[in-house]
Design a protein around this ligand. Structure first.
Ligand code: NAD
Ligand code: MG
Length: 384
């Protein structure tokens, strides 16, 4: 039996992870579960899985969490420092599934345990970059990618030397607007943006999929996880989301990982790694699917992947700046303050203000993130 913590247990990845744990109760003992504000769900999950501790990110809700856990013997805590403490509790495996840079400090705390971290929180890696990968190396941590593309690449690289890699190809569904004209994109609403054709996900990543910034963030994530060099990383649009990514070797062999569009597959791969565990997902029926199609991304309508590639080339803290601007712009779009097409424009505008030096430590990353958020708000205010 392995001990398991889930940072972001009340979200979409948290739910998929706990669904697998529920079906395999003999495999895991739950240590920490965290959520941001859904105290009712958090307390219910903590009771169901007999967690040691439940932590609510919004400290004002701690009394509610305490009340909801009364008599259970489960500890309750609240606030950002408590999230970090929860991530520090010894656990064989931590699933990092908070959305956004808010997950950075807890994810780093989990990494510093030197055990295994299953990473879904891509924004944390995009922002912290070398600070995070150096911490992984220093603490001897095993970092298992949960993002479906990176999990696919991780599996396709197993047993091979990256020196033989010709291409790492990230597949992209293209999101709900992949066939929309630029004129139509200007008018896209939040409700349309979160309606992803293939995947059921949290709101922020759904909007990122619609702008293709999700693929931009994933490009940077891949650049950090798989040291093949930026010139060997590429993106291809694959509307069916069946091939989750590919690795081509110099002998002409291409290995791909295929599966249903269900995050329980990559999560199970990380939870059981290096073994395998069963999932309730339907077996892949390629005859029923019939056709798999691929096409080049259109970076005129969807400039986010170009921006991400440029951020990698620019180095410094460019990726952290881009990520922070995107988080602010996505929130502004969701609350009806800016048009859909201004999200990526805002990222580009903030990057054009200049790129700070590469962060050397977690505090540097947090400072860059904070500054870029202020810039993003200023940029949008100027444009409205
Ligand atoms: P979600 O919005 O459904 O859940 C996010 C979780 O983070 C929730 O538990 C929420 O309470 C918590 N949270 C949000 N803000 C917080 C804060 N300020 N402090 C502490 N906790 C906070 O998001 P999701 O779709 O589960 O995505 C989680 C992460 O996984 C994201 O980084 C996303 O990019 C990545 N990811 C998700 C999917 C997917 O299919 N959902 C696939 C690949 C990668
Ligand atoms: Mg992905």
């Amino acid at each position: 039996m392995r001990s398991l913590s889930i940072l972001g247990a009340t979200g979409s990845i948290g739910a998929s992870t706990l669904d697998l744990v529920r079906r395999n109760r003999d495999m895991f003992r739950v240590v920490s579960l965290t959520g941001h504000s859904n105290v009712v769900l958090l307390a219910q999950l903590a009771r169901e899985f007999s967690a040691e501790i439940a932590v609510v990110g919004d400290e004002a809700l701690l009394p509610d969490l305490r009340a909801a856990l009364a008599g259970s013997g489960i500890e309750a805590a609240g606030g950002a420092p408590a999230l970090i403490d929860a991530a520090r509790r010894p656990a064989d495996l931590t699933v990092a599934a908070i959305v956004g840079c808010a997950g950075l400090a807890p994810t780093m705390a989990a990494i510093e345990q030197g055990r295994t971290v299953a990473l879904a929180n891509k924004e944390a890696l995009v922002s912290a970059g070398g600070v995070m990968t150096r911490a992984v190396a220093r603490h001897g941590t095993t970092l298992l990618p949960v993002d479906s593309e990176h999990n696919a690449i991780f599996q396709c690289l197993a047993g091979n030397d990256v020196a033989h890699v010709r291409w790492v190809t990230l597949t992209a569904s293209g999101g709900p607007f992949r066939d929309w004209s630029t004129d139509r994109l200007h008018l896209a609403t939040p409700a349309e943006a979160v309606r992803h054709p293939n995947w059921s996900m949290g709101a922020k990543i759904s909007v990122d999929s619609a702008t293709m910034m999700n693929k931009g963030l994933e490009f940077i994530e891949a650049w950090h996880l798989f040291p093949v060099g930026v010139e060997r990383l590429r993106i291809i649009v694959h509307p069916q989301s069946i091939v989750h990514s590919m690795v081509e070797y110099r002998d002409g062999t291409t290995l791909a990982q295929l599966g249903p569009s269900d995050m329980r597959v990559p999560i199970a791969s990380a939870l059981a790694w290096p073994a395998r565990m069963a999932t309730p997902c339907e077996p892949l029926d390629l005859a029923a699917i019939g056709t798999l199609t691929f096409r080049a991304p259109d970076e005129v309508r969807f400039p986010a992947t170009r921006l991400a590639r440029e951020a990698v080339m620019a180095g410094g803290a460019a990726a952290a700046v881009m990520n922070a601007a995107n988080e602010i712009a996505v929130a502004a779009f969701m609350s009806g303050q800016i048009a859909f097409t201004r999200i990526v424009q805002c990222c580009e505008d903030v990057l054009a203000c200049g790129v700070p030096m590469p962060p050397q430590c977690l505090d540097d990353v947090i400072a860059v993130d904070r500054e870029a958020r202020i810039r993003a708000r200023e940029t949008m205010a100027l444009a409205i």
